[in-house]
Ligand binder design. Structure first.
Ligand code: PA5
Length: 456
């Protein structure tokens, strides 16, 4: 495949490729809304309010990250990343996509406990050597309860081993505000900034993703270069020349006009499982909103679903093929596979497989699945990466970030806030007995008292 970057094939999402696809007229009719939305995104970026758009140009952070990673001593064998949501999923997807299939015993290992479920964190702390571990604590707001709780536990673990915080703990947070910034400044911890105009789920190209990537020895400069190449394509004002515009318009139109609110991200590459999970959070938290920009109640948003080929052909594809016609599937293919292995030729019942490459088999399965779905009027599009390297992963990250921003415009909502998670946080603080949240504690009691008893 010639390397003009990621290619998007969407014939199977259009009427002439799949009986229930969009008509050309439907897509073309969205062009003015797309152009208005894009211009607004570009203006916000230019005005410095939408930081993710200009991250690929940020050489200062890149240099700082690379210089830091270079100085981390070889005795640091493990990196423990504390963070959740946007402070975890992007970095994790990056390390998973570009790292080896099987951990090299000599390479530095990067761990993402992510959840505050103690099961994994405790397992890690019982097995890692504190003096050989560098802890990155990542929180844009600095107030996230799961991350704060993990941080306290990990500090106790480092302290007990006599591992100095200044050498073993690095904070990645807002440059000026928040509890983590206060702590880092008060204790003289080494720290990196998440620009204040970049939200958590759009932060993979800041030190949030770059630092773990650099510590794992990955080509983070290549990642940014790929993101930049995609950013330039995504600034084109002609809808059908703009990859993010096409992705956003297909999803929004299939939802609004054809009743397909379920958006499946299905890479045929095991290394992109983490990417599918990153996409789910990006799409869900950005686009699921109660009110539109005019403050009218719309309660809109797509439901993203992660899947992996060929594994999910034996799990979810039955549903995709015969269940409700409410899905648009995005397949991700690699033109050049990460590995090859020819299936040996053998007489007997499996003789038909002999001589085929395992990677070729995977690709045949993707094509067969897409065509089978299309034959029954179930639409899809395919993103093809020339290969899965830092450059093309950078393109892939930026593509979906830009598509999310544009989809937000087409849905008419603010893709950059997340007010829906606030009430749950407040009630949890009430349960924790946090000062200032006494009314939330009362509210929990009241809500629970008011529940009828339906139990078995
Ligand atoms: O995308 C987002 O804004 C969220 O998913 C946050 O990343 C997540 O809630 C963690 O927040 P913080 O980075 O402030 O700890």
């Amino acid at each position: 495949m010639s390397d003009d970057g990621i290619r998007i094939d969407y014939a199977l999402a259009m009427e002439d490729g799949s009986s229930s696809g969009l008509t050309t007229a439907e897509l073309e009719a969205e062009a003015p809304a797309f152009e208005r939305g894009l211009r607004r995104v570009l203006a916000e970026a230019e005005g410095g309010r939408l930081g993710f758009w200009t991250l690929p140009d940020d050489h200062i952070d890149l240099e700082k990250v690379l210089a830091f990673a270079k100085k981390v001593p070889a005795t640091i064998r493990d990196v423990l990343v504390l963070g959740i949501g946007g402070s975890s999923l992007g970095g994790r997807a990056l390390v998973e996509a570009l790292g080896p299939a099987f951990p090299d015993p000599d390479a530095r290992r990067i761990h993402y406990p992510d959840n505050s479920d103690p099961w994994r964190l405790v397992g890690l702390l019982e097995n890692l050597d504190p003096k050989g571990t560098l802890v990155l604590v990542i929180s844009k707001s600095g107030g996230t309860v799961e991350t704060a709780a993990q941080l306290l536990v990990v500090r106790e673990w480092l302290n007990a081993a006599g591992a100095p915080m200044k050498d073993h703990l690095v904070a990645i947070t807002d440059p000026a505000k928040g509890l983590l910034r206060e702590l880092a400044d008060a204790e003289g911890l080494r720290s990196f900034d998440i620009p204040s105009n970049v939200g958590g789920r759009f932060s993979v190209l800041t030190p949030v993703g770059l630092l773990p990537g650099a510590l794992a020895g990955l080509d983070v400069a290549g990642l940014l270069a790929g993101a930049k190449a995609m950013r330039d394509r995504c600034a084109r004002t002609e809808l059908q020349a703009n990859p993010a515009g096409v992705v956003a318009a297909l999803h929004v139109l299939h939802h609004r006009l054809h009743g397909r609110p379920i958006h499946v991200m299905m890479p045929y590459a095991d290394a992109l499982r983490g990417y599918a999970n990153w996409f789910v959070q990006l799409w869900a938290e950005s686009l699921g909103k109660r009110v539109d920009r005019q403050d009218r109640v719309v309660e809109t948003g797509p439901t993203p679903l992660p899947a992996v080929g060929a594994t999910d052909q034996h799990a979810q594809v039955q549903l995709f093929m015969e269940g409700p016609r409410d899905k648009l599937i995005t397949f991700v293919a690699l033109a050049e596979p990460l590995a090859h292995r020819t299936i040996p030729k053998e007489e007997g019942p499996y003789a038909y497989l002999g001589g085929t490459d395992l990677a070729e088999l995977l690709d045949f399965e993707r094509r067969a699945t897409a065509l089978a779905l299309a034959r029954d009027g179930r639409p899809s599009l395919t993103l093809t990466l020339p290969r899965l390297d830092a450059h093309h992963l950078g393109e892939l990250f930026f593509l979906m970030e830009a598509a999310t921003a544009i989809a937000g415009e087409l849905y008419g909502i603010d893709a950059f806030d997340q007010p829906g998670v606030e009430l749950g946080k407040r009630l949890a603080y009430g349960l924790l007995g946090r000062e200032g949240y006494e009314d939330a504690a009362d509210e929990v009691q009241e809500l629970e008292r008011g529940l009828p008893s339906h139990r078995v």
